[in-house]
Design a protein around this ligand. Structure first.
Ligand code: SF4
Length: 330
């Protein structure tokens, strides 16, 4: 199917199936911008159905940017009460003040200016550009990422990077209704291309979907790829009971700090390992560590021999401490 036809199908589906959400019900361009700003901030970390009554009440009590910039904090927080993450409400007011004072009362239309506003990151900036300004950008939320990954059956790390997904918007052709188009992809992700059971027979792009053709709907995420890693740690003590550690050059974080010599191993080798096993969660990695006591260890230039009683004078990363505590108990 040609690109133009794909776009047409998507927009046709959207026109007939979109949800009637209150922020899609505006009476002027100015109001559309305000509604987009408020709804996108509310939708950060909160589901659509929870946001709807809060949005309705908010725009009734605080109907435009000017009133938002002047609203008393007590009234603002009352409108937000129960929605959680109250910093969003405070940032929204600060954003309104900055738009009035710095941007002449106009919600900015480019990514850099939008990101200079409190509480607006890359996703929200792109959502505002697409929805309020009809710019040809696709905001990458979880729903949109899922649709793109499935349409193109993307699995490898370089394929599922944000940079690569951003490029994929060209696949969807030249739609002059970019605002509806971005919302249509978001809506397909939310209503049809569901995480565990995609409703492909209702999907306007099934003919062009590689995952549908392969019947392979598994989604790979960068976090998941980073998640589990298996290591073997070598514990060596010399005749003076000094532990052998290395100044970390292996991991990008904690550079230069003492770690035990360790190497990544396969899941199978880890499973069959006879040594004591521990699990350490890092921010981007779930480290599964098997401990091996060794009689010899090739000494390296960045190696350190540290006695148990000297360890307290070193700043040790928490995973080195955890390994050490385990070793002492073995
Ligand atoms: S055809 Fe199925 S898997 Fe492909 S985008 Fe549509 S709902 Fe998702």
């Amino acid at each position: 199917m040609k690109k133009q036809n794909i776009s047409k199908n998507i927009l046709h589906w959207y026109d007939n199936n979109k949800r009637q959400l209150p922020w899609r019900r505006y009476t002027s361009i100015k109001q559309k911008k305000y509604f987009t700003l408020v709804s996108e901030i509310m939708l950060q970390q909160t589901q659509v159905k929870t946001v709807i009554p809060y949005f309705n009440n908010f725009v009734l009590k605080i109907p435009n940017l000017k009133s938002l910039s002047k609203v008393k904090d007590q009234k603002l927080l009352k409108c937000w009460e129960g929605l959680g993450y109250y910093s969003r409400a405070r940032n929204l007011k600060k954003t309104a003040i900055k738009i009035i004072n710095v941007f002449n009362g106009q919600l900015p239309s480019n990514e850099d200016d939008l990101k200079s506003l409190p509480g607006i990151g890359e996703y929200t900036a792109r959502a505002i550009m697409a929805i309020a300004y009809n710019k040809k950008v696709i905001p990458l939320d979880g729903n949109v990422e899922r649709v793109l990954k499935r349409v193109f059956n993307l699995k490898k790390v370089n394929e599922i990077s944000k940079e690569n997904l951003h490029k994929k918007k060209t696949f969807f052709g030249e739609a002059n209704r970019s605002s509806d188009y971005a919302q249509a992809i978001m809506e397909i992700g939310a209503l049809i291309c569901k995480p565990s059971t995609p409703l492909c027979y209702q999907c306007p792009i099934s003919e062009n979907c590689k995952s549908f053709k392969k019947k392979d709907f598994e989604i790979v995420s960068i976090n998941k790829l980073n998640k589990k890693k298996f290591f073997e740690v070598n514990i060596f003590q010399n005749n003076y009971k000094k532990y052998y550690l290395l100044k970390n050059q292996k991991f990008n974080f904690l550079k230069g700090m003492p770690i035990f010599p360790m190497s990544e191993i396969s899941k199978v080798k880890f499973r069959n390992h006879v040594g004591k096993k521990i699990n350490i969660k890092m921010s981007n990695m779930d480290m599964k560590i098997a401990i091996k006591n060794v009689k010899n260890c090739p000494l390296k230039k960045n190696g350190l021999l540290i006695g148990s009683n000297e360890l307290s004078s070193w700043t040790l990363p928490s995973f080195t401490k955890k390994i050490l505590n385990t070793v002492k108990k073995i």
